[in-house]
Design a binder for this molecule. Sequence first.
Ligand code: PLP
Length: 403
Amino acid sequence: MKMSKKPQFSRRLEGVSESATLKLNATVQAMKAQGVDIINLTAGEPDFWVPDAAKSAVIEALQANRSKYTPVPGIPELREAVATKTNRQQMSLAQEDLWKASHVVITNGAKQALFNALLALLNPGDAVLIPSPYWLSYPEMVKIAGGIPQFISAPLSQGFKIQPQQLENALNFQVKAIILNSPCNPTGAVYSKEEFQALAKVLSHHPAAGNVWIISDEIYDRIHFGRIPFCSFLDAAPELRDRTITLNGLSKSAAMTGWRVGWSVASEEITQAMIIIQGQSTSGINALAQWAGLAAIQLPEENFVSQIQSFKQRRDLLLDQLKNRIHLELFTPDGAFYAFIGIRYYLKPGENSIGFAQRLLEEAHVAVVPGTPFGEQQFIRLSFATDPKAIAEGCRRFSQYLN
Ligand SMILES: Cc1ncc(COP(=O)(O)O)c(C=O)c1O
């Protein structure tokens, strides 16, 4: 008889969790397959279609056989277009500091840009500061890259944002980077220019901050609702240009999640390091997706206005449906397409948001994402990137369930 021996995998995976959202999605799909009528408020992607210009561009590129390997950091046209877009968002940069194609790496979604950055920066034991709540992949990626995630609490009472004094207290010589994310997943919090400037001041002057890199994840840049305009970190802090890596992509802003078009924009030195990593891992992204991405990034802003208005109306609908539940802790998101809601009052003794989300799914047939993997045990995330009827019905069931 064969002895069954536990396979030995890399220690790199110790303490790294699988994606909680993907796992939950599997349960939802299984219940749906059994015919259960589920209202799904877990979506991490817009429910709009890919722009027609991107569809035409991909067909054209395919017919013209533009489907061989591309340069590792991407086709020059797309790198150039990303540099132009970023310069438009970072108007405070001095003329000689403006971005060029050579500062851009096109990646398999913003996710790979973040991986490239962490692998290029971290040595074992380096700490990475992460405001909490956070997008659930940040700490896991930091761990895979050999780093240690260190959290700075950004509670609801602070509008889910960190204060300069907290950053001051968190910095020490072990810290190699900080990950900022505005608009934020899961909270929808948006940092104003002044708030970023206050954080930048600490990152410029703190005695232990001189070698700290700023990774600014701006993937939700287009999705904000007017109260606080989107501010790219370097527009607030051009003096930190040489140690900031700006991440972005088309997944959320152009509804192109499956195309996997993201990028990093950073100084040439770190860009070269990230190109080495990408060259030895993926060799760059799908050629055809890059042509589609080029068409999408060149579309005028007006093309997306109705999508943003629609997200805003859905946000208002969701909050309106829940506002009478006085024991829910509600926060009005200024960007992204999630409402992060406190459910402390409704938890059973010893229960956290995972148990609550499970009950809600099984008993009320509403799927939401528990806050636990985002760093908040007593919150849940409701996505409003779905049809208003589903939002209204989901809120009705949720509200009734709380009775
Ligand atoms: C904050 C944040 N950053 C990055 C990503 C990854 O985006 P992409 O699809 O471009 O890899 C996501 C996706 O959910 C996200 O929410």
